[in-house]
Design a binder for this molecule. Sequence first.
Ligand code: URA
Length: 194
Amino acid sequence: MQNKTIKLSKISDELINSVCPLRLGATQPVPGAGNPKTEILLIGEAPGEQEDLLGQPFVGAAGKLLDKLLASINLKREAVFITNIEKFRPPKNRDPLPEEIAACFPFLERQIKIIQPKLIITLGRHALKKMFEWDKDKIIDKSISISEFHGKLIRGKKGCYFPCYHPAAGLYQPSTKIELEKDFQKIPKILNKL
Ligand code: URA
């Protein structure tokens, strides 16, 4: 029986030959990183410039804020698993297109099945929209507003979700940063409840 680490590294190897249209323009895939035995999986949008160069998720400015948010609840990034719905950097950090997300989603689905997290924290509206689509079997309206769902525990058929704003939004908007800080403070209690 392969352990979780081996299974996850197989996914990383396979991503190199992914059919995702973004693969050819990217330096390398950014599969995700962290503790395969964690209870917490964080899902962001897509790698940016630093992530593309280093092959690691959330290592730029947004990642520094994410590290602080995790530290505020006594967690290090090594204790959780961090990944994205899109595994390759979109040109000029534009939003990932539906066909790009569709090409990468099977890899994320396998990561979720291997890790079996108690709680999936979605960061930003792209991750929220995709996870709702996946779990609730319905296409979520494009206008889905993260302000409606953030900071609330959502129990789905396939898992439990805790939507948060994207840390990059918190860098530009002080009020969003405050909401992120408040939402992260709720996570330990929520985990105890699950
Ligand atoms: N933004 C994301 O959504 N993911 C990263 O890995 C970095 C920035």
